[in-house]
Ligand binder design. Sequence first.
Ligand code: PBG
Length: 333
Amino acid sequence: MSEKLNLPLRPRRNRKSESVRGLVRETVLTPADLIYPLFLHDEPQNDPIASMPGCHRWSLEGLVGEVGEAWNAGVRAVVFFPKIADFLKTPRGEECHNPDGLIPRAVRAVKSAYPGITVITDIALDPYNSDGHDGVVERMPDGDLKILNDETVAILCRQALCHAEAGADIVSPSDMMDGRVGEIRAALDEAGYEEVSILSYTAKYASAYYGPFRGALDSAPKAGDKKTYQMDPTNRREALREAELDVAEGADMIMVKPAGPYLDIIRTLRDAFDLPIAAYQVSGEYLMIKSAAKDGWIDEEKVAMESLIGIKRAGADMILTYFAKDIAGKLSK
Ligand code: PBG
């Protein structure tokens, strides 16, 4: 038996050096793909978030500083999540459209310091609502909770207008109420904000991976769960249906969330639609990497990078990730 195989086809030739691997590389991650989610509160200090190591609830000043660091690392888009004081939470979440509320102030502060950065705001009631739900809750006589769709959509429109007025570039409804994209689009256009984009959480699943986020904002539902509005993790065709509606209603970009456990959904929407697709690597995905890396079991940076490449390879054009600043910094070097 000769030692040489008669093997004209040798895929390894395309992997023989870093420069050849560079030539044939199919998926490239750049800082321009990343969206950095940031938490803030109306307090003077920056508090580390226990459930999300490396993340903080920023003061307004701290937020501007962190956005500056992210900008210097190459990040060009941020999204804000507020922790609202308990005394401001009400059943209808009126604080969500207070023009002097935390988010409008943050948008103004960040846009005036970094006019070139894209500011995205989250549209949903959960941080503002005393029931901790994304919509208005009605308590039925049998004790069941009903999340009121149409009443909620009207409030979300006011929230979107308030954020647009403050200077948000993109509003991003994460509430999963039916018909909200169309209503928000109409409200924005009517008020002259036709340049404000809508990034819709199109396929947002009722996921246990949101746990650390709810801890960060103290925004977990007080009773019940989110299964009557967020999608059942078992469903794929339903994501196509949600996407058809969001596209018809005028979404500019559509999102899949969580990202890592839903790569097939990203790919499904990529193949079926032309719109840009965002994927949200959520708090639980982040925390799993962080905790496994803490004791050196895995290499945090390499695993984070690989997880993001996987999400991009599945078809995402942009990724919301708590690793954004660190990874952008790495990629810019
Ligand atoms: C709520 C909202 C959630 C997240 C973003 N917006 C939590 C939820 O739906 O309960 C989760 C993000 C994360 O886990 O990182 N509108």
